[in-house]
Design a protein around this ligand. Structure first.
Ligand SMILES: Nc1ncnc2c1ncn2[C@@H]1O[C@H](COP(=O)(O)OP(=O)(O)OP(=O)(O)O)[C@@H](O)[C@H]1O
Ligand SMILES: [Mg+2]
Length: 299
C-alpha cells in the first residue's frame, strides 16, 4: 500500500481537484483507493465526490477515537472510498506531532492499494510532516508567478523541516545551533556547507539524511494550463527545484483548465463524471500513469 500526499503551499492551485482526480483515475484503473481529506481548514472532498455534508469525518478519529476504518465511506465512483474532513471544525490549527504519528500508523493499516491525502494549503508542521511521511509526494502548481514562488517556498520549508527532524532524531540540535552561530569561524557561508560540515563530523546524521532524502520523490503536477505552450513551465520549475534546492523533483504532467468543470447535471454527480470534464479525466489519467511508472522501480 502506498500513501500519496498532495500539497504545494498556495491556496487554490488545485490540490483538492488533483487529489480527487488521481484517486478517481487510479480507481478507474482497477485499484482500491481511499481518499482522505486532511485539509483541516477547508475540507471539500465530499463535494468533489458528489456527496452531501458528511456525517462521519476524520475529526472523530482524533476527538472521539473512532477507528479510522469506520470513517471510510463509499463514493459513487467504483473503487474510490472517502474519509471526509471535519466540516464543523472549530479549531483549524491542525494536529499535534503525536496525533500525526498515530494517524499515519492507522492509515498504513487501511485496506487499500493507495491512500491519497489532500493536505490543504500552507506550510504548517502539520502539512510538512505529513508530506514528508508519505511514500509519494505530489505538489500542485499553476502556471503563474505566485504559485511558482509559493511551491518553491513550500519545498524549501520541506527541506528545512526534514533537516531539523533528523537533527532532533540524532540529538544534534544544540550542536547544530552552536555551529551555525559560529559559522564564519568554520568557513560556512551557505546552508549546504553547514550540512556538509555536520555530515563530515557526524556519520549517523549523514546516514539518516541520506535515508530521508532517498524516501523523497516529489512529483509536480502543473494544473490549470490554458494553452499547451504553458506545459513547459512544469519541467522548468522541476529543474529549478533540483538545481537550487537539491531536491529530487520531476514533472509528472499537466492538467488543462476546464471552464465548465462545475456545470455538472446535479450536485450528486462527482465533479469529473460528466461530459465537460473529459479532457481533465484524460490529463489526470496521464499524470496518474506517469507517477505510477516513476514509482514502479522504487521500493
Ligand atoms: N484544471 C482545472 N480546471 C478548472 N477548474 C479548476 C481546475 N483545477 C482547479 N479548479 C477549480 O479551482 C478552484 C480551486 O481548486 P481546488 O479547490 O482544488 O484548490 P486547492 O489547492 O485545493 O485550494 P485550497 O488551498 O483552498 O484547499 C476550485 O473551484 C476548482 O474546482
Ligand atoms: Mg483544497
Amino acid at each position: 500500500m502506498r500513501i500519496w500526499a498532495v500539497g504545494g503551499g498556495k491556496g487554490g492551485t488545485g490540490k483538492s481537484l488533483v487529489s480527487h482526480g488521481l484517486g478517481a483515475r487510479l480507481a478507474d484503473r482497477g485499484a482500491s483507493v481511499i481518499l482522505v481529506d486532511a485539509d483541516f481548514g477547508g475540507p471539500n472532498q465530499h463535494t468533489y465526490c458528489g456527496l452531501r455534508k458528511p456525517e462521519r469525518t476524520l475529526g472523530q478519529f482524533f476527538d472521539e477515537k473512532v477507528p479510522l476504518a469506520d470513517l471510510v465511506v463509499e463514493t459513487r465512483i467504483q473503487g474510490l472510498r472517502l474519509v471526509s474532513g471535519n466540516v464543523n471544525a472549530q479549531n483549524t490549527d491542525g494536529i499535534t506531532f503525536a496525533q500525526k504519528a498515530k494517524l499515519f500508523r492507522h492509515l498504513r493499516k487501511l485496506p487499500a492499494d493507495h491512500v491519497i491525502l489532500d493536505l490543504g494549503a500552507g506550510t504548517s508542521y502539520d502539512v510538512l510532516d505529513s508530506f514528508l511521511e508519505a511514500d509519494v509526494q505530489v505538489c500542485v502548481i499553476a502556471p503563474d508567478a505566485l504559485a511558482i514562488e509559493n511551491v518553491y517556498l513550500f519545498l524549501k520549508n520541506v527541506k528545512y523541516r526534514q533537516m531539523t527532524r533528523v537533527l532532533s532524531e540524532t540529538g544534534l540540535r544544540d550542536r547544530a545551533r552552536e555551529v551555525w552561530k559560529h559559522r564564519t569561524d568554520h568557513g560556512i557561508a551557505t546552508v549546504d556547507q553547514f550540512l556538509d560540515h555536520l555530515r563530515a563530523g557526524h556519520p549517523e546524521f549523514a546516514e539518516r539524511m541520506d535515508g530521508a532524502r532517498a524516501r523523497l520523490s516529489i512529483q509536480l503536477v502543473l494544473n490549470q494550463i490554458r494553452d499547451m505552450g504553458q506545459a513547459e513551465v512544469g519541467v522548468a520549475v522541476s529543474g529549478a527545484i533540483q538545481r537550487f534546492l537539491g531536491l529530487p523533483a520531476v514533472c509528472a504532467g499537466h492538467v488543462r483548465h476546464e471552464k465548465d468543470l462545475w456545470r455538472r447535471p446535479n450536485p450528486d454527480t462527482p465533479v469529473l463524471h460528466h461530459g465537460a470534464a473529459f479532457t481533465l479525466r484524460q490529463d489526470l489519467d496521464a499524470v496518474a500513469g506517469a507517477i505510477l511508472a516513476a514509482r514502479a522501480d522504487q521500493p
